[in-house]
Design a protein around this ligand. Structure first.
Ligand code: IPE
Ligand code: IPE
Ligand code: MG
Length: 239
């Protein structure tokens, strides 16, 4: 277990990538790769909650993932439902607060109801803030915020000069939460794939080669330790 006094990121974001390749490596159907990925997710959430991370954002389904085959999308949607149904009681008992990042209107009805119920049930919890990005796209998020601001200007409730970072950030799905400090993408892909582009402005980036189903709490602990050694300058001079 980590020492409490080590520097811990407040907000960790994870692009959970590599389920498909893991399934292929094991000659299994892709759905079984995703299923194994959910097991990893469960352990990482528990660990993040135990060590006192404030916000954990997990990329579960992007606005682009609808391009996958019908059976794969169906398998992912089934897993999402299963996850919320089976985990909600334990998460709630651990005081985890769930927030969905993304456009839930476009989710199938059962999934939409399950995620809204989870948000509602856990909304007053004071533990780990768990963001699950579902039908999430960063460009879509930014455009929504821009549209909402334009509407306020049009209605005469806002002057263009009054648009500042605080007003803009209040319209993002992550409103009220700190920027991402540490972004991890597994599987050796070095891209953001439309995840939290605004919030990652000064994040430290890590790209472990391991596939998501093989990612363990030891890998996660190592990433947190490595984060403590990074020198964050925000455009200033090293001290
Ligand atoms: C990430 O694993 C999970 C989702 C995108 C839902 P992938 O399914 O993208 O795995 P690879 O990239 O094909 O290995
Ligand atoms: C990003 O992974 C989305 C999630 C992990 C949910 P992808 O596998 O969809 O991203 P690309 O297509 O490799 O960029
Ligand atoms: Mg992938």
């Amino acid at each position: 277990m980590r020492q409490k006094n080590e520097q811990l990121p407040r907000h960790v974001a994870i692009i959970m990538d590599g389920n498909g390749r893991w399934a292929k490596q094991h000659s299994l159907a892709v759905a079984l790769g995703h299923r194994k990925g959910v097991e990893t997710l469960r352990e990482i959430v528990r660990y993040a909650s135990d060590v006192g991370i404030e916000v954990l954002s997990l990329y579960a389904f992007s606005t682009e993932n609808w391009r996958r085959s019908k059976p794969e999308v169906a398998a992912l949607m089934a897993l999402i439902l299963e996850f919320f149904r089976s985990e909600i009681d334990e998460l709630h008992a651990n005081r985890v607060r769930i927030r969905i990042l993304g456009d839930t209107d476009a989710l199938p009805g059962l999934q939409r109801d399950a995620v809204h119920a989870a948000e509602q049930k856990t909304k007053d919890n004071d533990g780990l803030q768990l963001n699950i990005a579902l039908n999430y796209g960063s460009r879509d998020e930014i455009l929504r915020a821009v549209r909402a601001l334009a509407q306020q200007v049009k209605n005469g409730n806002l002057q263009p000069e009054q648009i500042d970072a605080a007003r803009f950030e209040a319209l993002l799905y992550t409103a009220g939460q700190p920027d991402v400090d540490l972004l991890i993408r597994t599987s050796g892909e070095y891209r953001l794939s439309n995840f939290l582009l605004y919030q990652n402005a000064y994040a430290e980036l890590m790209f472990p080669e391991v596939l998501w189903p093989d990612f363990t709490v030891q890998h996660f602990a190592q990433a947190l330790a490595d984060f403590g050694k990074r020198d964050r300058r925000y455009g200033g001079r090293a001290t």
